[in-house]
Ligand binder design. Structure first.
Ligand code: APR
Length: 241
């Protein structure tokens, strides 16, 4: 099928859908200037996300982990949503039954105006106290290290789901429900290597959804999707409206 035929098919499927579920990953924010995790510019001081985004790394060296997050906060603070984020806001407005599930913690979907949104890995602008568990918004760039809870003065951590940690129960339930009940699922800019998001394409397919993927190149889940649209999210997602 020619690229334009693929876009037309995707556009037609979305226009006819009674319910749409979207999953996004770092690739949708790449066009806003935020490096992806597993792309060429994904490392910081030669550390991978897997080395730092873990409870063990934080227990071992909270300052190092916070230095990494300060680097990411500083980088993200100056970035804006792109045409792909905005197109998903428009898509949300066209479908009563719609849910956008994002693995991204950069807050760009919310900044673009998405409301029916689940940030299943948390949000980089939120911190959680390791003692009293209170969650607070903190937009200091950089955050003064080591950061302490305003309520109990305990050490705070990023309110982000780290490797080895479970998603919040409600997030998981709502995500699984939306993935298993949609007519069309859009998967945009994710390598599909981190669970549970990596399982969503298979669950949607098994439940009878038409699954469309947008990515620069083929990923593990590409073999099972119905339509694979190769290209940059900021250029291709707006074409689906
Ligand atoms: N447009 C579309 N896709 C893109 C673009 C772009 N401009 N640039 C990169 N991509 C694709 C890459 O081909 C890759 O498949 O985006 C994907 C980015 O993959 P990752 O860097 O692995 O990011 P992600 O899939 O979101 O990672 C999942 O892993 O590190 C953890 O919790 C973290 O949420 C993250 C999770």
């Amino acid at each position: 099928m020619s690229p334009s035929a693929v876009i037309l098919e995707a556009k037609s499927r979305l226009a006819r859908a009674r319910s749409v579920t979207v999953l996004t990953g770092a690739g949708i924010s790449a066009d806003s200037g935020i490096p992806t995790f597993r792309g060429a510019d994904g490392l910081w001081r030669n550390f991978r996300a897997e080395d730092l985004a873990t409870p063990e790394a934080f227990a071992r060296d909270p300052r190092l982990v916070w230095e990494w997050y300060n680097w990411r906060r500083e980088l993200i603070a100056t970035k804006q949503p792109n045409a792909a984020h905005r197109a998903l806001v428009e898509l949300e407005g066209r479908h009563d039954r719609f849910l956008l599930i994002t693995q991204n913690v950069d807050g760009l979907h919310r900044a673009a105006g998405s409301n029916k949104l689940l940030e299943i890995h948390g949000n980089i602008w939120k911190v959680r106290c390791t003692i009293c568990k209170q969650v607070a918004e903190n937009r200091e760039v950089p955050i003064a290290l080591p950061p302490h809870c305003r309520a109990c003065h305990g050490l705070v951590r990023p309110h982000i789901v780290w490797f080895g940690e479970a998603l919040e129960e409600e997030s998981l339930d709502r995500s699984m429900g939306a993935v298993a009940s949609c007519d069309v699922m859009l998967i945009i800019g994710t390598s599909g290597v981190v669970n549970p998001a990596a399982s969503f394409a298979g669950i949607a397919k098994a439940a009878g959804a038409f699954v469309i993927e947008i990515n620069l190149d083929d990923q593990p889940q590409s073999a099972m999707v119905d339509l694979m649209i190769g290209g940059r999210a900021a250029e291709t997602v707006p074409l689906l409206l």
